[in-house]
Design a binder for this molecule. Structure first.
Ligand SMILES: Nc1ncnc2c1ncn2[C@@H]1O[C@H](COP(=O)(O)OP(=O)(O)OP(=O)(O)O)[C@@H](O)[C@H]1O
Ligand SMILES: [Mg+2]
Length: 599
């Protein structure tokens, strides 16, 4: 049984407290199908989130099977299913793949046969078996709602919370979904709470809860709704609600609530007696002789002191490695299904190094002729050095520019890699986290995926540009710094993505960050010293550029130094600073991934 005792969810608005959920008390027995209705903005979603534990109650208590959810621990992830208002599936995947990923993330199956069996059963239950190979993006509204339900059913939740799963559907599809929810409540004593605007098909529900401005205005059998509100048709309930204040509806309900609860109890006994409702056998300690069994098991259970009851054993969750592998393979699948994304990545991968090569082409002559050999003959050496000095400025600025160009393009690739990676799927991720996904497995899968992009982009850039205009120095050190700057920007933008509320905010901030890398790096123009000291530690491009310049051959290095006003740093400092950027960014990404960010 689910029981709410005087539950409030309070926010502060303009300095005063406002109850979005206002002193709600009710009992929902097992195998019950309840509609939560009310005008838009009355607090239906807020109430559902309070029950789910997403909005911690400000006062009052919630009990599940007699266990106090605020002191005895929340619902186990497999105990509860929450179908939110938004779609929780990835468009490029098929129905089957979506349900499979949901199962692998939430349930530990012993073998593939058990996994397949569970997936097939859920698809069958949700009425999706015939379209299991269809892509999510081509599903109709009703089919998407069924998929959302199927993805929750994989863990056989004991309580299913559905938010507006019928809104926007045609009357037939709406009825089909309500019928499906009704059937789901008839299995294994599952409680199904469904938030809806619609006052159609009320007869399919066991009870109707009417909310008005966060207050409970009615909770009783559907057939008593019109009688209670003294209206002829249920459609007249909302206009009728508006005729009185929420407080008056609340106080009037406090007078009548008890008798309507008895009507619900009566209806329930009738259902059980007629065989329409089967409740599972409980495996608790046998009830005392004076307590009724079966039909009243909920009532008897609720009557026992909460502290004496242990939390029921939940389904075992899959381990870190299993969740990591599922997420990583799903990420690659989504990546390869999105042709636009693949094309963009390939275009960037191929075109950026070509761009650098084109720019470096003009400078390649002087660079190639630029000698660092030392003549033994003094006269020849002086002559050579004069020639070298003539080219020094040209070569210095060309080499410095080419390195900085590579660095900035790789920084740009880094931001493109990860700016939307978490923020773009935040709601789906929050939903999966609620279902038991470990943030560590999620972040590790992102790091593994992005590392592949970073390695491919950086090494290809380094080798390609080196092939057309040989790097005059320690090539592998140069390639290492290119890799580090790409990794650093990817990690920083991943952190931004984890902290921001929307993908647009994350993209914008990441682009600004890349935009500031070049001017603040000091490679083009030197900054005033007091500003430089403050900004430099944060500019990844500077450290990669400086580290790469330090790996140049002595004469080319001197040529670069002769044209820049900015001081260079030791290679080890560059290495440590870039590693620190990556480390700090990953810690921030971890904090952001753990932080709940529901809409
Ligand atoms: N965290 C919050 N902070 C401030 N206001 C909030 C918060 N959550 C909800 N609200 C406000 O509380 C009210 C109830 O919101 P809720 O989303 O629960 O309504 P609803 O009944 O589900 O509406 P709809 O039918 O349109 O989905 C709204 O006015 C909403 O703006
Ligand atoms: Mg809502």
């Amino acid at each position: 049984m689910l029981e709410l005792q005087d539950v409030c969810f309070t926010i502060r608005k303009d300095g005063s407290k406002v109850n979005l959920v206002d002193h709600i008390s009710l009992k929902v027995p097992k195998g019950h199908f309840m509609a939560i209705v009310g005008p838009s903005g009355c607090g239906k979603t807020t109430l559902l989130k309070t029950i789910a534990g997403l909005n911690p109650e400000s006062s009052g208590s919630l009990f599940w099977d007699g266990r106090d959810l605020s002191t005895g621990g929340d619902f186990a992830p497999s105990e509860i299913g929450y179908v939110p208002q938004f779609s929780i599936a990835y468009d490029p995947l098929t129905v089957d793949e979506s349900v499979e990923a949901a199962t692998r993330l939430r349930v530990r199956c012993r073998n593939t046969a058990e996994l397949d069996q569970r997936i097939d059963r859920v698809l069958e239950e949700a009425g999706l078996a015939s379209i299991s190979d269809r892509a999510v993006k081509v599903l109709s509204g009703g089919q998407k709602r069924r998929l959302g339900l199927a993805m929750e059913l994989v863990s056989d939740p004991k309580i299913l919370l559905c938010d507006e799963v019928t809104s926007g559907l045609d009357p037939r599809s709406e009825r089909e979904i309500v019928r499906l929810l009704h059937d789901l409540s008839r299995k294994d004593g599952r409680i199904v709470l469904s938030v809806t605007h619609s006052l159609a098909h009320l007869e399919l529900y066991d009870s109707i809860l009417v909310l008005h401005e966060g207050c409970l205005a009615f909770y009783g059998p559907p057939e008593k709704l019109t009688h209670y509100f003294s209206v002829k048709d249920s459609e007249e309930v909302y206009p009728r609600l508006a005729t009185q204040t929420a407080e008056r509806w609340q106080s009037s309900w406090q007078k009548h609530g008890e008798s309507y609860f008895h009507m619900l109890e009566h209806n329930r006994h009738v259902l059980i007696a007629s065989g329409s409702l089967h409740l599972p056998h409980t495996h608790k300690s046998p009830p005392p002789a004076d307590e009724p069994a079966d039909a009243d098991a909920d009532t008897a259970e609720a009557a026992r002191p909460a502290t004496t009851r242990a939390a029921p054993a939940a389904l075992p969750m899959p381990g870190f490695c299993s969740q990591f592998a599922t997420l990583l393979s799903r990420r690659w699948r989504i990546f390869f299904r999105d042709r636009g994304q693949v094309f963009l990545q390939l275009a960037i991968l191929l075109c950026f190094p070509i761009l650098v090569t084109l720019f470096s082409d003009k400078a390649s002559g002087p660079i190639r002729n630029f000698s660092d050999s030392h003549q033994s003959n003094l006269e020849l050496e002086i002559k050579e050095q004069q020639g070298v000095r003539a080219d020094q400025a040209k070569v210095g600025s060309a080499v410095s520019g080419i390195i900085m160009f590579q660095v900035v393009l790789l920084a740009l690739m880094g931001s493109n890699n990860s700016a939307r990676e978490i923020a773009g799927e935040r709601q789906i991720y929050e939903k999966e986290k609620f279902g038991g996904l470990r943030p560590s497995a999620y972040l590790a899968s992102k790091v593994a995926f992005l590392s592949c992009l970073v390695i491919a982009q950086s090494l290809w850039m380094a080798f390609f540009v080196n092939f057309f205009g040989q790097f005059r120095g320690e090539f592998f050190q140069h390639a290492g710094f290119l890799l580090l700057v790409n990794a650093s920007m990817t990690a920083i933008c991943l952190a931004i993505s984890a902290m921001m509320r929307t993908a647009e905010q994350a993209s914008l901030l990441s682009i600004y960050l890349v935009g500031f890398q070049l001017p603040l790096s000091g490679a083009v123009l030197a900054l005033p010293e007091n500003i430089e000291g403050f900004t430099r530690p944060f500019i990844s491009a500077y450290w990669a550029w400086s580290g790469s310049v330090e790996s140049l051959q002595t004469q080319v290095h001197d040529a670069v130094k002769s044209v820049i006003d900015t001081s260079l740093s030791l290679q080890t400092s560059c290495l440590y600073t870039l590693s620190a950027h990556i480390g700090v960014a990953l810690v921030i990404a971890w904090v952001g991934a753990r932080r709940p960010q529901w809409d």
